[in-house]
Design a protein around this ligand. Structure first.
Ligand code: SF4
Length: 255
C-alpha cells in the first residue's frame, strides 16, 4: 500500500512528514517554504503538471447561458454541484431567462430548489436578482464586477466564477477547495479567501491564470480532500510540503 507507515493517523498529526534532504538518489528534494510559501519555480511546476494532465478543465455546474450560470452559482453556496444540477435541470427547462424566472415566481422556484440548503433565501435572491437584471441591465448579465456584486445573493466569489467562465477573465474564485489546496501546497497561503485570491493572482504564471481555479477546485474535490487527502494519487505530491500529506512510497510518474 503506497502510504507511509503512519498513514492511519489523523491528517495533521502523527503522519507529519519531514522535508527530504537533497540527495543522490535521483529524486527531487522537496521545495523549501519561506513564510509558508513555496518558491516561484515550484508554483510554475505545479501548474505545468495540472495543465498537462487536464488542458481544458471545466466547471461542473450545468448551465446553458450566462444567466443560468449565474443562477447555478448563486444556488451552489454551501451545496454540492451535483445537488444543484439535480435541482436546476427541471428548473432551467421552464425558466432559463430572468423574465421566465420572475413569471415563475418565488414560491414555485422554492419548490424546484427545496433539496438545496438555504433554499428559501436562495429562491428569494434568484427572483430579486432576475428583477434587477430586467430593470437595470435589459435582462442581460452585466460584464462588470461591481454590477454583478450589486445583485442579491452575488458576492465576490460568484462574480469571479461568472467573470471567468462566461466572460473569459482570468479571475480566481476561492471556494473551500481552492482555499485549502492553496494553503496546503503553499502556493498562496492566507487566512482569508481574499488574501488567498490576491496571492494566487500574484503568484500563478500568466499562462495558467485562466484555468487555475478549475484545476485547484478539481484537485481539492477529488484528490486533496479535506479529511483524507489522496496523496498516493496526487501528481504534485513530490512538491508538497503540507504537514498533513501522506507520503507515497514511490514518487508519482512524471506528467
Ligand atoms: S500530496 Fe497530499 S496533501 Fe499534498 S497536495 Fe497532494 S493530495 Fe494534497
Amino acid at each position: 500500500m503506497a502510504r507511509s507507515a503512519k498513514s492511519s493517523a489523523k491528517p495533521g498529526c502523527a503522519n507529519r512528514v519531514s522535508p527530504a534532504k537533497p540527495g543522490g538518489d535521483g529524486t527531487r528534494s522537496l521545495p523549501r517554504r519561506r513564510g509558508g510559501r513555496v518558491d516561484a519555480a515550484t508554483v510554475a511546476e505545479i501548474f505545468r503538471r495540472f495543465a498537462a494532465a487536464n488542458p481544458h478543465p471545466e466547471g461542473e455546474l450545468e448551465h446553458t447561458t450566462t444567466y443560468t450560470l449565474l443562477v447555478a452559482v448563486v444556488l451552489s453556496a454551501q451545496a454540492t454541484d451535483a445537488g444543484v444540477n439535480k435541482a436546476t435541470r427541471p428548473l432551467f427547462k421552464i425558466a432559463d431567462t430572468p423574465q421566465k424566472m420572475v413569471a415563475l415566481g418565488e414560491e414555485r422556484v422554492r419548490e424546484y430548489i427545496k433539496t438545496i440548503g438555504l433554499y428559501r433565501n436562495k429562491a428569494k435572491n434568484v427572483i430579486a436578482l432576475s428583477q434587477q437584471l430586467i430593470a437595470e441591465y435589459g435582462g442581460k448579465v452585466p460584464h462588470d464586477r461591481e454590477a454583478l456584486e450589486s445583485l442579491p445573493g452575488v458576492g465576490r466569489k460568484t462574480a469571479n466564477v461568472v467573470l471567468n467562465i462566461a466572460f473569459g477573465e482570468p479571475t480566481m474564485a476561492v471556494d473551500t477547495h481552492v482555499f485549502r489546496v492553496s494553503n496546503r501546497l503553499g502556493i498562496a497561503p492566507g487566512k482569508t479567501p481574499l488574501a488567498v485570491e490576491e496571492g494566487l493572482m500574484q503568484r500563478i504564471p500568466k499562462q495558467y491564470l485562466q484555468h487555475a481555479h478549475h484545476w485547484l477546485i478539481l484537485h481539492g474535490r477529488y484528490v486533496c480532500k479535506a479529511q483524507r487527502p489522496r496523496c498516493e494519487a496526487c501528481i504534485v505530491s513530490d512538491l508538497c510540503t503540507a504537514p498533513d500529506r501522506i507520503l507515497p512510497v514511490t514518487p508519482p510518474a512524471p506528467v
